[in-house]
Design a protein around this ligand. Sequence first.
Ligand SMILES: [Zn+2]
Length: 178
Amino acid sequence: MPLFGRLLYCTKCGHFLSAHGSTKPKKTKYACQSSGEEQRACGTRLWEHYLLPVVFRKLSEELRGFSPRFDGTERLASLDARAEKCDRDIVVLKGRLAMPDMPIEKVRRRIAEVRELKRTTLQERAVVDMERAQLDEVRGILAEFELFFAKLDRHSQLEVMRRFIRRIDVGVTDIVIH
Ligand SMILES: [Zn+2]
């Protein structure tokens, strides 16, 4: 299946270019045949391997525009502060165990509560941290879109092209990607 089948549009005569494949990789040619016959071809033609870098440059520019930003920095800071406060409270409570002003059972219960609070705080922190790691991964994919694309199978590559590109106008001197 040609990567740009039904996507390349000849602006000179208003027809879609048709693909002329070969079994060798990078040897697909697209040509406009306004009448459908080789002898009446308008002359607009394009090699797939010339077009691909142009498409990648354009897609990379667009994708950079919606690169996701991590907005959990404040949440992480407040969770860290809460965990540190738990540690401090536990130190204070342990000091109280040695003092007779509070029943030991009550102090022990309070220590268990603070430990439980710290445990849930760290769990929450791990979730936010995972969000950050996932966003980093997405950003990495967007930054290296060409590498990511190369690793996809042909079917997924076609799907990506169809999802991001509506039409590519091929003029005499310029290529415009929509
Ligand atoms: Zn044409």
